[in-house]
Design a protein around this ligand. Structure first.
Ligand code: NDP
Length: 499
């Protein structure tokens, strides 16, 4: 990755279907594994945002996209999915190179993004409202489902393509026009998707991309011409988006942070639980909002489980994003590596016990990047900072519990509520715990799974609104009630002579 022979990519904003030059200089992206310059992105300013929003507004108010048939929109989305599939290797390479995710995982992200785009196409085709004929013979009610308007889509760096695909095709399927603001660290795949969408027949102005730092997202959230903001990122930034969008009372859909627990009971299928806990802890380098960052394990099996978990963690291969053998790539940037380390140091100071990992990797193959080893911290309690806050690295904390009540109390004892997994063969335990957990998703004997049909989102400080599934599509729509009287109207006032 980031080999010096590869040319540096240069990307502009995309406004009205054309490249638009930078408003305020450019942003350099260096590969997090080699440190080499791989991309330069335009940096937007208030004027760029204004132009992009105006393009999207005009395309919505006057253009063909919201007015064409669902079948025609579906055809464009299917063509987009086909080109993404064709360019699978290229898109995966961009995401791996910029985000640091291992190439195998980046390829899987492209496949999932294609499936989401195809699913959104099917929803575009089948979308409909409701009719009411039980209002008496004189009345008919129509509830039409209409696109909400101009949607601003703001995405983070950890799944650049996949998180775009959880929003964009659904917004387009609904008939919205959009302005996308990807992370300044990982913008390439978003611009490539915009290019592919135009090739697939998307009318100009429907999909605009403004590159740049957080101020671009802030300006989008503030814009009067934007009807909705769909944001994925940290809970702290989500708060700023809420503030910024207050003016004009925009609709918001917020996918924020998480602190998922993997809850392992002593009757779980041992090998499956081990595999699931390992996967949930380190998938995408642990830089994942639904990462199983907290292992809650029943005390009766804890020692045996941890011994085998650590043995597996130590076999994971940390390395360059390009290598198909790599399980864990570099963290996103040096400051983030330091943040992960400071969480680990803080945990040790608070009494946690390191079982493996715990310090950045150095030496040949590691010195130019931001590599952190898979790490397990035992004896973590609910008062420890690492139990409460997102670490966003390949670090699993371990807390033991005695029974289901204690497991649920621990799992729910954080401000987040995105996802949790439960590992048990007892159906009563599984369902009782699943129902008591306060999170948008609960996985039973699986983890970080999903399907385009299944909605995803959070409760508590993990946000609100849903992505994917029918619910994800409906986020980008508005209901309109049309009530029709067909018989003669009975006068409401008798209209007698005035005294
Ligand atoms: P941030 O919240 O920092 O950024 C998310 C996006 O918002 C980026 O495009 C960012 O731009 C932009 N942004 C920054 N400041 C503002 C602002 N004031 N107004 C509007 N937009 C702004 O998150 P990260 O990119 O650092 O991603 C990591 C975080 O995202 C983690 O905390 C993780 O939990 C969360 N996340 C949540 C997911 C979920 O589904 N709930 C999924 C993935 C991640 P820029 O990058 O240029 O600063």
């Amino acid at each position: 990755m980031g080999s010096s022979s590869a040319p540096v990519r240069r990307y502009h904003h995309v406004i009205n279907g054309a490249d638009h030059p930078s408003g305020a200089g450019s942003i350099a992206r260096h590969a997090p594994d080699t440190g080499e310059l791989v991309a330069e992105f335009a940096s937007g300013d208030a004027d760029t945002v204004e132009r992009a929003v105006t393009a999207a507004r005009t395309a919505f108010d006057e253009g063909p996209w919201p007015r064409m048939t669902g079948a025609d929109r579906a055809a464009v989305l299917r063509a987009l999915a086909a080109s993404m599939e064709r360019d699978r290797d290229h898109l995966a390479r961009l995401d791996a190179e910029e985000s640091g995710k291992p190439i195998r995982q980046a390829l899987a992200n492209v496949d999932a993004s294609v499936a989401l785009t195809q699913h959104a196409a099917a929803l575009a085709l089948s979308a409909h409202g409701d009719s009411h004929t039980n209002l008496g013979s004189d009345f008919t009610g129509l509830v039409t489902r209409e696109p909400i308007g101009v949607a601003a889509l703001i995405t983070p760096w950890n799944f650049p393509l996949l998180l775009l695909a959880q929003k964009l095709p659904y917004a387009l399927a609904a008939g919205c026009t959009v302005v996308v603001k990807p992370s300044e660290l990982t913008a390439s795949s978003t611009v490539e998707v915009a290019r592919l969408a135009h090739e697939a027949g998307l009318p100009t102005g429907v999909l605009n991309v403004v590159l740049g730092a957080g101020s671009v997202g802030q300006a989008l959230a503030e814009s009067d011409a934007v009807d909705m903001v769909s944001f994925t990122g940290s809970t702290a930034t989500g708060g700023k988006v809420i503030e910024a969008s207050r003016h004009g009372a925009k609709k918001l859909s917020l996918e924020l942070g998480g602190k998922a627990a993997s809850i392992v009971f002593d009757d779980a299928e041992f090998e499956d639980a081990l595999d699931g806990v390992l996967f949930a802890g380190v998938f995408n380098n642990g830089e994942c909002c639904v990462a199983g960052a907290r292992l809650l394990v029943q005390d009766t099996i804890a020692d045996r489980f941890l011994e085998q978990l650590v043995a597996r963690m130590e076999k994971l291969r940390v390395g360059a994003t390009t290598s198909p053998a790599t399980d864990i790539g570099p963290l996103i940037h040096a400051e983030h590596l330091q943040k992960v380390q400071s969480y680990v140091d803080g945990a040790l100071a608070q009494g946690a016990k390191p079982l493996t990992g715990g310090a950045p990797l150095t030496g040949p193959g590691f010195d130019d990047g931001h590599f952190y080893p898979p790490t397990v911290l035992d004896a973590v309690t609910e008062t420890h900072t690492v139990f409460q806050e997102e670490i966003f690295g390949p670090v699993i904390t371990v807390t033991r519990f005695q029974d289901a009540n204690e497991a649920v109390r621990l799992a729910n004892g954080v401000r987040y509520g995105l996802g949790n997994s439960v590992w048990t063969k007892n159906i009563d335990t599984a369902l009782t715990v699943a129902r008591a957990l306060r999170s948008g998703t609960v996985w039973i004997n699986t983890t970080i799974d999903g399907a385009p049909q299944l909605p995803s989102g959070g409760v508590k400080e993990s946000g609100y609104g849903r992505e994917m599934g029918q619910a994800g599509f409906e986020e980008f729509t508005e209901l309109k009630t049309v009530q029709i009287r067909s018989g003669r109207r009975t006068p409401f006032f008798s209209l007698g002579e005035r005294p």
